[in-house]
Design a protein around this ligand. Structure first.
Ligand code: JFQ
Length: 292
């Protein structure tokens, strides 16, 4: 029987669709916020889709989860307190737990169904919730950050979905202001920042807001995720005023990341060369996304 093709088209990438062959639908329900779908693909393992947008696949999630976690955490000395905004699948938590200096991992995910579905279908990612340092808050990150103590976190990682639907407000100025307030001097933000092929206007807007709010440094980095539209995804790396942060030269050797992990999962994507390479930008990006 011919399984159907799942087409992912969306106003975020007009006139463009990325399709994966569906071998079997494993889960499909609407939560309070979005449609949550899990299906078995032909060659990317299981796939998590929210409102018709691919969030992760078992095959290539390592690229996104490892880079979004280690680009910030390997840029500062001994991070202790980390906040994850979004990230309900648990993959970023799994990566943060490699850092033995970390004592507290707060995570604020708005959709409980994403967490429950990940625990059922993506144990390799949801294992991140097993770390005793993890404190789960189910709710709106805007609210959570408004009530967060000033200067509480060494690092904040915004692992959000696209700014259509639940994550809409996560690219606006007030949100970045609450992030800067919750970071320590010399603290760092790593924010999912879309595709340099598709979203240079959005990236430009985010960078100009961040350049005003984060008085340390602001950089754009990127990596390859084949199942995201245009095959790449970017990250905004920002630091607050205080001890200088040099994002381009990681200070934490990766041996520490490999040994520390309690369930012996090796790094599949991140390493020091990939860290440095992530900040190398094509000429059109340098021009269009005015970087430092
Ligand atoms: N935690 C899983 C990744 C969530 N990040 C987004 C998924 C959808 C993409 N279009 C943009 C990144």
């Amino acid at each position: 029987k011919n399984a159907e093709l799942m087409y992912f088209n969306n106003p975020m990438w007009p006139g463009e669709a990325h399709s994966l062959k569906v071998e079997k639908i494993l889960f499909r329900e609407r939560s309070e916020f979005q449609e949550v779908l899990v299906f078995q693909s032909s060659s990317y393992g299981k796939v998590l889709v929210l409102d018709g947008i691919v969030q992760l696949t078992e095959k290539d999630e390592c690229a996104y989860q490892e880079m979004i976690a280690h680009l910030p955490l390997c840029s500062i000395k001994a991070p202790k307190r980390v906040l994850v905004v979004g990230g309900g699948d648990g993959g970023v938590l799994r990566e943060i737990s490699r850092h033995s200096s970390v004592e507290l991992i707060d995570i604020c995910e708005i959709d409980k169904l994403v967490i429950d579905v990940s625990k059922k279908f993506f144990p390799e990612l949801a294992i991140g919730f097993d770390d005793p340092r993890v404190h789960l808050h189910v709710g709106d990150a805007i609210e959570f950050l408004r009530n967060a103590p000033e200067g509480k976190y060494d690092a904040i990682i915004v692992d959000s979905s696209d700014p259509v639907g639940p994550a809409q407000e996560l690219v606006e100025r007030p949100f970045f202001e609450t992030i800067a307030r919750a970071l320590k001097p010399g603290g760092v933000l790593c924010n999912m920042a879309e595709s340099m092929w598709l979203h240079t206007h959005l990236i430009q807007d985010m960078m100009s807001i961040c350049r005003e709010i984060f008085k340390g440094s602001v950089h754009y980095a990127w990596t390859s995720v084949p199942t995201y539209p245009s095959g790449v995804i970017g990250f905004l790396l920002c630091s607050t005023e205080g001890p200088a942060v040099d994002f381009l030269h990681p200070i934490n050797p990766i041996e520490k990341l490999e040994g520390a992990i309690q369930y012996r999962r090796e790094l599949k994507f991140y390493n020091s060369e990939m860290h440095r390479a992530a900040f190398a930008l094509p000429s059109f990006v340098k021009r269009e996304v005015s970087c430092l």
